[in-house]
Design a protein around this ligand. Structure first.
Ligand code: OSB
Ligand code: MG
Length: 373
């Protein structure tokens, strides 16, 4: 687009959504989400976004409450009234705020969505991707016992998911995964530790190697790159970094140090699409595979992730499952589902393509704030 876009108003809402089943990772579990839905208004159109901050600070220091505070008090007021020539321009007025990438991404990603609607193109194309169907996997939380896990994994493989990620923690790891490998010898399996180990666990972590896993995600500290590099040197299984990659500079450091062989790109974690694309481009230039991670998003954030995953470097299946895997009822229609076995296809319509259920979002919202110049 050649003309400037003026941001007239930003609206924030908190929409509670209940997960169909409890999702447990090494740092704790959750059954419900409080999703911050962000709308950016300009040129008579509405751009839809979602902030991926969780309810507790177990994954990141950002939470729903810190993100709400930052969005309401500092970020949205810095952006409203501004004129933008490109969606990435929205980062400038927010750059004085240190950290808080998830809160910033809530506005940045809604601005890209607004842009694609004004361009009347699918978000996937506005981001530089295409309408190709993207391969998808599923992230399975910690289960009561191995039998339940094996049953769940079997169900997801039957449903067509291209790869299965299992959450692990000390005491619920190698033996459990070996039992799953035993039952599904050919399945594409991987594990995610969410930082539950230290370098002292080296000998134990090496016992994963014979299990032929695609990767082990974030075994060590959430802010560490050096120990991951030490570990990768002694591990056959590729390490995938998630929490450690907070912005493009972290990706450069991690690749230079050979701290991983794969990167999980979550646009919400890295401050939005601009940074996510930069990490994608860097990894592509160095032949490092990337995939799009998930943060238990509603159908709005899922639409963002599907669109991003169409960029050519995203060669591995993302944590992008159908709406029904998470919610009894999603806040978009139609809901996200597989278009063909193991794949989800972007919708050929402006923005995320699916329609946010505006009435439902308005009536279910437990908090609302309008920020104007
Ligand atoms: O570590 O990838 C993670 C969910 C919440 C927080 C962190 C993570 C996850 C997942 C779920 O693994 C991915 C999904 O949205 O399906
Ligand atoms: Mg992870």
């Amino acid at each position: 687009m050649n003309t400037a876009v003026r941001i007239d108003r930003i609206e924030l809402r908190i929409v509670p959504l209940t997960l169909r089943e409890r999702f447990e990772i090494s740092s704790g579990g959750r059954q419900a989400r409080s999703i911050i839905v962000v709308t950016v208004h300009g040129e008579g159109e509405t751009g839809w976004g979602e902030c991926v901050a969780a309810e507790d600070p177990g994954y990141s220091y950002e939470t729903t409450e810190t993100a709400w505070h930052l969005l309401r008090e500092f970020l949205a007021p810095s952006v409203v009234g501004r004129e933008l020539r490109h969606p990435s321009d929205v980062l400038g007025p927010m750059s004085w705020v240190r950290g808080h990438p998830m809160a910033k991404a809530g506005i940045e990603m809604a601005t890209w969505e607004l842009w694609s609607r004004l361009e009347e193109r699918p978000l996937a194309e506005t981001l530089g991707g295409s309408l190709r169907p993207v391969p998808v996997g599923v992230s399975v939380g910690l289960q009561e016992n191995d039998d339940t896990l094996i049953e769940k994994v079997g169900g997801y493989l039957d449903a067509g998911y291209e790869r299965i990620k299992m959450k692990i923690k000390p005491g619920r790891d190698v033996e459990m995964v070996a039992a799953v490998r035993d039952r599904f010898p050919d399945a594409a399996l991987m594990v995610d530790a969410n930082s539950a180990y230290t370098f002292d666990d080296l000998d134990h972590l090496r016992t994963f190697d014979p299990l032929e896993l695609m990767m082990v995600e974030q075994p060590l500290a959430h802010d560490d790159i050096r120990d991951h590099a030490q570990l990768q040197r002694r591990l056959k299984t590729p390490i995938c970094l998630d929490e450690s990659i907070r912005h493009p500079a972290d990706a450069t450091h991690a690749l230079d140090a050979v701290a991983c062989g794969i990167i999980n790109v979550k646009p919400g974690r890295v401050g939005g699409f601009t940074n996510a694309i930069a990490i994608h481009d860097l990894c592509r230039s160095r032949n490092v595979p990337v995939w799009v991670g998930g943060m238990l998003e509603s159908g709005i954030g899922r639409g963002h992730n599907v669109a991003l995953a169409t960029l050519p470097g995203f060669s591995l299946p993302g944590d992008i499952s159908g709406s029904r895997r998470y919610w009894a009822e999603d806040i978009v229609e139609p809901e996200w589902e597989m278009s063909e076995p193991g794949h989800i296809r972007p919708v050929d319509a402006p923005g995320i393509g699916v329609r946010p259920r505006v009435d439902l979002i308005r009536t279910e919202a437990v908090r609302r704030e309008v920020i104007e110049p």
